[in-house]
Design a protein around this ligand. Structure first.
Ligand SMILES: NC(=O)c1ccc[n+]([C@@H]2O[C@H](COP(=O)([O-])OP(=O)(O)OC[C@H]3O[C@@H](n4cnc5c(N)ncnc54)[C@H](OP(=O)(O)O)[C@@H]3O)[C@@H](O)[C@H]2O)c1
Length: 164
């Protein structure tokens, strides 16, 4: 499976239930990469999508422990095992923090947007793949700039025979 995430210098991904920043070009890339693929999303991140609705043109798999939650246009799962049994190999884990942490062991590729800033007050993080080891990073293209922020795309691939 794949994961896709935007992180700041400290691998922070969110604060107070929302994204750190919305970058137009990065969102475009997110749409291009995930189009036509299944996306795996936590209940809290789903709530941050426009109208709290699943992403269009993609099979949305939502993880929640709430047995009563129903989401129109999405499949709801209560256990990681059941979700894994239903998720295709080319699915994208799209967050948030809890769901990344739970599913990273099954991901072989992580598309990371590195934002060159340290946002204050962050409360959601992605595991630091540089520190964790077992991953090799490849830089893609030149750094980009938007709203006074510099960011760059990196693709992390899991080293063979390393899981976790
Ligand atoms: N920068 C980025 O690329 C990016 C991407 C996505 C999200 N984010 C940010 O990440 C933050 C949200 O992350 P989060 O960790 O708070 O929430 P989350 O991972 O989106 O959702 C957490 C919820 O998922 C369900 N869940 C998690 N693990 C589960 C398991 N093992 N089994 C069943 N259900 C499970 C639970 O739902 P119930 O409570 O319903 O039981 C839990 O409360 C926000 O700030 C968001 O903006 C950033």
């Amino acid at each position: 499976m794949n994961a896709i995430v935007a992180v700041d210098r400290n691998w922070a991904i969110g604060r107070e239930g929302d994204q750190l920043v919305y970058l137009k070009e990065d969102l475009k890339r997110f749409r291009t990469l995930t189009a036509g693929h299944a996306v795996i999303v936590g209940r809290k991140t789903l709530a941050t999508f426009p109208g709290g609705r699943p992403l269009k043109g993609r099979d949305n798999l939502v993880l929640t422990r709430d047995p009563d939650l129903q989401v129109e246009g999405a499949r709801v799962f209560h256990r990681v095992e059941d979700l894994l049994a239903a998720a295709p190999e080319d699915a994208f884990v799209v967050g948030g923090s809890q769901v990344y942490e739970a599913l990273l062991p099954w991901c072989d590729t992580v598309y990371v947007t590195h934002i060159d800033a340290a946002f204050p007050g962050c409360d959601a993080f992605f595991p630091n793949l540089d520190a964790r080891g077992g991953w090799t990073a490849e830089e893609e293209g030149e750094p980009l700039e938007e709203n006074g922020l510099t960011y760059r795309y990196m693709t992390y691939r899991r080293d063979r025979h390393v899981r976790g």
